[in-house]
Design a protein around this ligand. Sequence first.
Ligand SMILES: [Zn+2]
Length: 149
Amino acid sequence: MKIIIPRIIISKLFEHSLLEDPNECCGYLLGKKNKVEEIFNCKNIHKNPISRYRIDGKDQIAAEKHADDRNLEVISIYHSHTLSQAYPSKTDIDSAVESGWTSPNYVLISLIEKTRPIIRAFIINENKSVDEVIIEHDGEAYISPTMNS
Ligand SMILES: [Zn+2]
């Protein structure tokens, strides 16, 4: 399994993670088949956002509508880990299986090293096993404006 994520969207995933740090950020990646075209940031409404996330139900509905309007699908659910590895936690695995959201893959961003975020993607299966999904970059390289000046 692989997923294609344009570099500009990888940058936006890092940006969202850093903006919310020390809280976890969350949202969806929308696209067609295994190619991501858009990022949809959501609000983390978990009462303990430093180590957990819960996507606001209003954002979920808005993301699904946004995807439908553009003929896209929800390909991935993403969230950040500010203090742990880019790997689904036991809670992540349990909640994926309990919510029945096992068809989109899960993109994890780790901020253990703030200047070198790590991004990985996984499939969480119904039997709670986890398979890694290879991320391929695509498109123009993104250069942050501050690095140019
Ligand atoms: Zn997590």
